[in-house]
Design a protein around this ligand. Structure first.
Ligand code: NA7
Length: 536
């Protein structure tokens, strides 16, 4: 079909989540023309789609927010310690209005392909609207957890009831009242949605393949004093947060868990348990590095689960045993384990064997049949590479990005990949992103990209591109950083093993946000060391 050419821009930005919004804002401020292409009918990205009941951020709201505008962070009020999805979506819309971003966002526009033209150093971007965009720079602000994964269950399509995915939740209200509902998946999303559905459903069946560690979030209305203490010291505290490995300002213990007495340790864990949130993992310096240290907090959490769950045989199934706590992202919940004490909730543990099949009226798992009216898939995402791989991206000499990444995603700093000049990824594989507070990580990447584009433009060059050797060296650093951690000891989406056929490669950089940011800054200051800059 003939494509309409929408025109030429300095930048095409793919995605109107927190990364795309800020990229647009900065690009404009630097005097570039830019357009954002967004598949959804609204802004917010991940927070637009993940609107299942109970969806909430596990980073405190005072920190899970933009820091680039003091006016914004002073005037915005978060109503709870941990923000709910609707409030985060309100915030994204507020930001888009405040900075007048809507006029440069094309909604309901899914990017299908992006092709680099070597003769004029331009990206040609095609969409499902039959409209083509041309740009010197293409920025993938496509998110790390944005490609929902539908499991390959035989017969799934034959099921007559409703099927929902937590990462692609409908906008219309969904009622489970009186229904027999199944939830597959006990990751962060499952752990948040299960207590909510249990309160509505006639009967809830939770299908668990792997039990998960979770700590109580202890969400509560925002404390006015806490809020004003943050607002009074925002600049300083943001700076301190960025000096922490995860980009979150919290009470990070600097001792080894093994250097204190068992009594002292227990007291510390109890204190953090009572405070709520995943800050318990910051109690000691080596909880994510040393298996024996990790076991002390894992065992503490197991004890808590056993205390809460009334039926010991159910508790046995809910207690994770064979991987370290934190190796999969630690969940923060609101009465998740308590939910299994309800009369209308059944835990179906099918570890060791996949769900056998679905039929028109139910599901067979662990050799039993369960009649269901609705099914909720809390089965996660094709993380870090999924959204990018859905786009047909072609670089120099016809090189296809999906093919290049067949054995794992290679990037330089997560920001660029060799063979694809002028194509940037915000918080791409090889950046710390998903191991950190996403919004500051996004801000740092976007600022780096904006500075880079300015620099190249001022130099009068046509392109910048990651070089192969520098990329290989960086991938070596990413591997080395992961080896020193316990992350590699669980089958998680960090490693891509939740996706059949995806190569098992630890994707994020585990060396921490400060180390990463320092390297990014040094590379730029050193004339973009490891990148090739040239004219066509
Ligand atoms: P996760 O953390 O990937 O969790 C997905 C869950 O679904 C997990 O319990 C999986 O079990 C389960 N799952 C996935 N596929 C299947 C199949 N085929 N059969 C049975 N069970 C399955 O995704 P979330 O959405 O919860 O969270 C993603 C991130 O979003 C989270 O870490 C936060 O950062 C926000 P498994 O453990 O693989 O055995």
């Amino acid at each position: 079909a003939d494509e309409v050419v929408a025109g030429s821009f300095d930048l095409v930005i793919v995605g109107a989540g927190f990364a795309g919004l800020y990229m647009l804002h900065l690009a404009r401020r630097m005097g570039f023309s830019a357009v954002v292409l967004e598949a959804a009918p609204g802004v917010g990205g991940t927070w637009f789609w993940n609107r299942y009941p109970g969806a909430r951020c596990d980073v405190e709201s005072m920190q899970y927010s933009y820091s680039f505008s003091d006016e914004l962070q002073q005037e915005w009020h978060w109503s709870e310690r941990y923000a709910s999805q609707p409030e985060i979506l309100d915030y994204a819309n507020y930001v888009a209005r405040k900075f007048d971003l809507f006029r440069d966002i094309e909604f309901n526009t899914r990017v299908l392909a992006a092709t680099f033209q070597e003769d004029d150093c331009r990206w040609v971007i095609s969409t499902d609207q039959g409209v083509q965009y041309r740009a010197k720079w293409c920025v993938m602000a496509t998110g790390c957890l944005s490609a929902a994964q539908i499991p390959n269950i035989p017969g799934l399509k034959s099921f007559h009831g409703h099927v929902y995915h937590t990462g692609n939740w409908p906008h219309e209200p969904v009622s489970f009242a009186g229904q027999r509902v199944g939830v597959i998946g006990t990751g962060s999303s499952g752990i948040q949605v299960i207590p909510e559905i249990a309160m509505q459903a006639g009967h809830l069946y939770v299908f668990q393949r792997t039990p998960n560690y979770s700590v109580p979030a202890r969400n509560r209305p925002m404390d006015a004093e806490y809020e004003s203490s943050w607002k009074a010291e925002y600049a300083e505290r943001r700076k301190k947060a960025r000096a922490m490995s995860a980009g979150i300002l919290w009470d990070q213990g600097d001792k080894s868990a093994l250097a204190v007495s068992p009594e002292e340790r227990l007291q510390e864990y109890e204190r953090r348990w009572a405070a709520g949130g995943t800050g318990i993992m910051a109690a000691y310096s080596d909880l994510l590095q040393n298996a024996d240290a990790n076991e002390t907090v894992a065992e503490f959490v197991r004890g808590k689960i056993r205390n809460v769950v009334e039926r010991p045989e159910v508790a046995d199934l809910l207690v994770p045993v064979d991987y370290p706590i934190g190796a999969k992202r630690t969940c923060a919940d609101a009465k998740y384990f308590e939910t299994f004490n309800r009369e209308n909730v059944t835990l179906v543990d099918h570890r060791g064997s996949p769900i056998q099949e679905m039929s028109s009226n139910g599901i067979t798992a662990g050799s039993e049949f369960y009649r269901l009216d609705s099914l909720v898939l809390a089965t996660g995402f094709d993380a870090m590479t999924g959204a990018i791989s859905k786009i047909d991206i072609v670089g120099r000499r016809g090189l296809n990005l999906k093919e290049k990444w067949l054995n794992g995603p290679n990037t330089l700093l997560g920001l660029m990949t060799a063979g694809f000049p002028n194509l940037f990824i915000v918080t791409g594989p090889g950046s710390p992103s998903v191991l950190t507070n996403m919004i500051p990580s996004i801000e740092d990447n976007v600022q780096w990209i904006a500075d880079c584009i300015s620099h190249i433009s001022e130099e009068g060059a046509d392109f910048i591109e990651a070089t192969g050797p520098a990329e290989e060296t960086w991938m070596g650093e990413v591997r080395k950083a992961a080896e020193g951690t316990l992350f590699v000891q669980a089958k998680s989406w960090y490693l891509g093993v939740n996706i059949p056929g995806k190569p098992a490669v630890f994707m994020p950089y585990a060396g921490g946000m400060p180390a990463y940011q320092r390297i990014c800054e040094e590379v730029a200051a050193d004339g973009y060391r490891g990148f090739a800059i040239g004219t066509r």
